[in-house]
Design a protein around this ligand. Structure first.
Ligand code: PGA
Length: 238
């Protein structure tokens, strides 16, 4: 896993956005898997600005949402699909049918998962990921199999607690559906993003500790083309 460390959060945002524009310019048909959450918000804003100023286009690209919570109202602002729309998809020139997300309200979740994996196909070109305080990647909680497919997951207590960051109510989700580790680790390129002091300890464990399914992010160290982007605070213990 390569490591790119930036002096400030602003430089981190600019650095990720610059490389992302580069990837889209090189391959306009880039197929991406993207996270919601707080980590990528400023990066998404930078990409939206880039589209607005004609520096880059998502016209021929494709975006897959990394995961979503179950049991929330479809218009809940904390649902991952709505966060992705609000922070990125609504502000870029991606054609409607090229944004894929997971319908966690469907009666037959198993077929939703199989269809999502079918749409994902062989692999993503580029996957962006945040990291949970327990080292999870999307909804791949500690202990997830590296072979896992898109599936329903019961969330760990810390993940349930963290969902409160995105919600305006106390009805926290306890489960969700997330893209499995197999398609994520099979992505041609993976970028793990972390900013802020509260991520420093889990980044240290993911980078310097044992490579173990107990810290899913540590598995990225075996990926042939993965990169960790940290700001000074998140990278302070490296
Ligand atoms: P965050 O969430 O970006 O809101 O910190 C990351 C995660 O839990 O995967």
């Amino acid at each position: 896993m390569n490591l790119l460390r930036f002096d400030s959060e602003g430089a981190w945002v600019a650095g990720v956005a610059s490389l992302w524009r580069d990837r889209l310019q090189t391959n306009p048909r880039l197929r991406m898997c993207l996270p919601s959450g707080n980590t990528p918000i400023r990066i998404y804003a930078a990409m939206a600005e880039s589209v607005k100023h004609g520096l880059v286009s998502f016209r021929d690209a494709e975006i897959f949402a990394l995961d979503d919570y179950g049991g929330l109202a479809p218009d809940d602002e904390g649902k991952c699909v709505n966060m992705l729309r609000r922070h990125l998809v609504d502000h870029i020139d991606l054609p409607k049918g090229r944004f894929h997300f997971i319908d966690t309200d469907a009666a037959d979740l198993e077929s939703v998962c199989r269809e999502y994996d079918r749409l994902i196909g062989d692999s993503f070109d580029l996957t962006l990921l945040g990291i949970g305080l327990n080292g999870h990647l999307g909804l791949n909680e500690p202990g997830s199999s590296p072979d896992s497919a898109t599936r329903r997951v019961e969330m760990h207590a810390s993940t349930i607690g963290a969902s409160a960051n995105y919600l305006k109510h106390a009805n926290l989700p306890t489960w969700g559906v997330g893209v499995g580790l197999k398609p994520l680790l099979g992505s041609k390129e993976v970028w793990l993003l972390a900013n802020g002091a509260k991520k420093a300890e889990i980044i240290r464990r993911a980078v310097k500790g044992e490579i173990t399914t107990e810290i899913p992010a540590s598995l990225l160290r075996k990926h042939p083309n993965s990169c960790l982007f940290v700001d000074a605070e998140a990278g302070a213990l490296l």
